[in-house]
Design a protein around this ligand. Sequence first.
Ligand code: GUN
Length: 283
Amino acid sequence: MTAQIIDGKAIAEQVRGEWKKRADALKAQGVLPGLAVIIVGDNPASKVYVRNKVRACHDVGLHSEVHELPADITEAMLLKQIQDLNANPDIHGILVQLPLPDHISDDKVLETIDVEKDVDGFHLYNLGALVAGNTVFPPCTPYGVQCLIEHTNIPIEGQNAVVVGRSNIVGKPMALMLLHKGATVSICTSKTRDLAFYTRLADILVVAVGRPGLITADMVKEGAAVLDVGINRTDEGKLVGDVDFESVKEKAGHITPVPGGVGPMTISMLVANTVLAAERLSG
Ligand code: GUN
């Protein structure tokens, strides 16, 4: 079998178009959805991610602003900046780009963001709501993966789903989302003994570990849907996922490429959450 390659770029554009209509409806009522992005220090990868997020907001006609703060900013000053944005009625979504410098507590920062403006869905309240199955702002990357699965009409209910990766940003929320959609979910990590035993059971395999080539064709069930969240740069400067794309595409039923798979979706879901936040705050 040769897999259908899931065109994340095209689906992301379609999703963005749907949310643009909702943003336009808000603008007609005098509400311009606004996103504030805080970036601390000058991590080059973070800068690229932030630039892409701002560009997506611009494309959909949202207001966005970037607050670039020095790496040696105190935690107290960063928290004050977030509190100011919480109180700013022109800002509906607040995102603090991770990672933060070591002297700043991620937890404190994320919990200072107003839950109604938490468009990343990283606040403990929103993570708790996700566990309970009634989250308002699903974390953007797993939300994007779910959206890709649904747009491709891949069934979830009753299927075996295996998530490789257990981060708070991707693995854990992804597993919960698939569980809520009726899948039987296993969560594995890069340390799982006999990882292939689990991955071969998967009708839906989501991989988010950050290890190039971790998943090879022999680890995949014939016809499975394989969603690759990994973004790794090889020594030659090429972007690759966690899945050995060339071999796995000959066995899977569906597969996402890297780049052009999950990445563009993450950004569209940020747009979605920002417009939704504006609807909720202005409604
Ligand atoms: N760093 C890597 N991915 C993300 C993300 O989705 N949101 C934020 N805020 N930081 C990140």
